[in-house]
Design a protein around this ligand. Structure first.
Ligand code: CTP
Length: 422
């Protein structure tokens, strides 16, 4: 996504500056053209030669002397850039950006930037970060259209613990992808994605679950975020990290997932239900660990969980796009077509479990997309590409284009008293 993109990085003084070396390397590997501006204090934490080497471009330093290629680098570079990321951003550079102070190369470049998207990634001690002046300055930048990357929470070099850690290179890379790598055809849309395997407790140490890893749901959440949507991921047990650019709500059982979806359904423009939700749970959860007994078979009475997709299908607004998944070992397309109708979905993504390259834990998938109008089998694709194809279908759907004119959809917008909260 960042191939051929022109990335401008601005570093101010922080112990976390070393993380930008990794980011510069990731950008080089992705085929981006990267230029770096460093303040005097940034140069005390990492030598500019690191960036000269990793980017293949001469780092622009905080001196208006003749070592810089152009006497007006502070104007040329922001004009050249597709995106400008200031990271790590100290309290000082944040204040300068907020007040338009231009007293060195980096702050002058910030004041001189007028056409490219601007991102700022604060990095400082937790108490400095929480200081009202810093927060007010960040708010000022947000109100002017800057994207403020939320810092991470945890151990800090000074020994304190809390908010203020610079995100890792991979996360900053994703922010750059989001800001200039993909077409923002989902901006203004709110998307709810479910992912992972639910766990249904038997007793305090055991549970029933399944083999879903959450990869497909995470790919969907990430792709939607990169395309500009506001994404909430309702994540059950997953074998992969939740994507950085989305709000993640952790749940465990089908009942918890149901509650989390119910609370957020009204605000969603699309519901993409990729989670593998248990259909049954133990009817009684033992308070104490169940002890084995010699020679006796044990039966575990099970009861049905709520079918979340069905519930959403019955209560959806006509303008909400609803997508479910089907994974079968036999008669996949027949079952998927039944699900499409029964659950009043716009799209069912049928997973070819038994084909090579498809199914649990793989990075690729083979799926067939079923709508009321057509059935399309996609070739072997990465889960990220499958995610994009699903999102393309949302963009083309009747739900988003004609207010949900589907033959099998029933009910008016107010059927279940659910209306979109503005
Ligand atoms: N789903 C759900 N709530 C459940 C079970 C499943 O929302 N309690 C959703 C899944 O997230 C998925 C789709 O429904 O999008 C799967 O449909 P379902 O008919 O439940 O599939 P299976 O359980 O795989 O099929 P079946 O029970 O018909 O064998």
């Amino acid at each position: 996504m960042l191939k051929g993109k022109r990335i401008l990085l601005g570093l101010s003084g922080s112990i976390s500056a070393y993380k930008i070396a990794h980011l510069a390397s990731l950008l080089k590997q992705a085929g981006a053209d990267t230029r770096v501006i460093m303040t005097k204090n940034a140069c005390r934490f990492i030598d500019p030669i690191v960036f000269d080497t990793l980017t293949g471009n001469r780092t622009v330093l905080d001196d208006f002397d003749r070592t810089n290629e152009s006497p007006v680098s502070h104007l040329d570079l922001p004009k050249w850039a597709d995106v400008f990321l200031v990271a790590p951003a100290s309290a000082d550079i944040i204040a300068k950006a907020a007040y338009g102070i231009a007293d060195d190369m980096l702050s002058s470049a910030i004041v001189g930037a007028f056409s490219c998207p601007l991102l700022i990634s604060p990095a400082m001690n937790v108490h400095m970060f929480e200081n009202a002046a810093v927060q007010e300055n960040l708010e000022k930048l947000r109100s002017r259209g800057w994207t403020v990357v939320a810092p991470g929470c945890g151990y800090q070099a000074c020994g304190d613990s809390g908010n203020g850690r610079l995100p890792e290179g991979e996360e900053l890379f994703e922010w750059l992808e989001r800001s200039c790598g993909a077409e923002k055809d989902l901006s203004g849309r709110t998307i709810l994605v479910t992912a992972g395997a639910t766990r249904e407790p038997i007793d305090p140490v055991r549970f029933i679950t399944n083999r879903s890893t959450g990869k497909m749901g995470c790919a969907l959440a990430r792709a939607a975020a990169l395309r500009g949507a506001e994404v909430t991921l309702i994540a059950a047990d997953m074998r992969v990290e939740a994507p950085n650019l989305v709000r993640t709500v952790r749940v465990s059982s089908a009942a918890e997932m149901f509650e989390a979806v119910k609370c957020r359904m009204a605000e969603a423009d699309a519901l993409l239900m990729a989670a593998a939700v248990a259909d049954y749970r133990p009817a009684v959860v033992a308070r104490e660990k169940i002890k084995k007994r010699d020679g006796e078979a044990v039966t575990l009475p099970l009861e049905r969980t709520d079918d979340i997709l069905l519930w959403c299908g019955e209560r959806r607004r006509k303008t909400q796009f609803l997508c479910g998944f089907a994974m079968e070992t036999e008669h996949l397309l027949e079952h998927a077509a039944e699900k499409l109708k029964k659950k009043r979905a716009d799209l069912i993504v049928a997973n070819h479990l038994r084909r090579e390259g498809a199914g649990f834990g793989t990075d690729t998938n083979i799926v067939t997309l079923l709508t009321a109008e057509r059935t399309e089998e996609l070739p072997l694709l990465s889960k990220q590409e499958v995610a994009d194809r699903i999102l393309d279908r949302a963009l083309l759907s009747d739900a988003w284009n004609q207010g949900g004119d589907r033959s099998h959809a029933q009910g008016e917008e107010s059927d279940a008293g659910i209306s979109k909260q503005k």
